[in-house]
Design a protein around this ligand. Sequence first.
Ligand code: MG
Length: 261
Amino acid sequence: MRYNLFLTAALLCLSPIAYGQTTSADIRKANLPSANPTNAEIFTPVPNVVTPAKTFGQAPSDAIILFDGKNLNEWESVKDQSPAKWKVSKDVLTVNKSVGDIETKRKFTSFQLHIEWKIPADITGTSQARGNSGIFLSSKYEIQVLDTYNNDNKTYTNGMAGAVYRESIPLVNPAHKAGEWNVYDIAYQAPEFNEDGTVKVPAHVTIFFNGVLVQNNTEIRGATSTTVKHVYTAHGPMPLKLQAHGDKSEPISYRNIWIRE
Ligand code: MG
């Protein structure tokens, strides 16, 4: 008896069911049409070959380089579409608060974005007035940039770095301290709209913040606003926008910005 129990347990462990495979018995029981195993093997389309960067964080071969430290050729002023006038120095782009937001000349739908940012070491201010900037996906949905290192700067948590601004709190806070570079790797699925302009599928975003997951396929509820409920307005491909926030704290910097459509 004991032997039989042992044998049954051993057989169960070894059976395909224990490994989650569908057996011929399962197929009979569920009345599934039996299929040739090769039917599930797909040969086209063949994924494009992409050469990854030699150093993690650098752009792979199919990325569009939006800023590599040299110039702002890919960017323009939001205000009047004139050439972007933020400061470029030593491979770094620094916000120029007096000239306002900048955006890419190119328009994008869904994408993967890599962007690095740094709060200056001499940052001052509190809450939302301490190193505030932001990355606006489709020019409308803000991923917050702010000095919230170690939760020292008290503010509303859906306004912290790594938040979908005024919507979704980051899962954790992996921010580096002021003076050190941070990295966002963002996978953004743009919203889809019906012909009458209503939302068919809302936007979703996944964010790795310094390699740590902080937004996991988070649904975006609408365009960022501080004054009204977030709602969607139908749009197509849009620029990527960077925020020149009007607070008095020292301007933050960006570097190494690339995107893959
Ligand atoms: Mg902001």
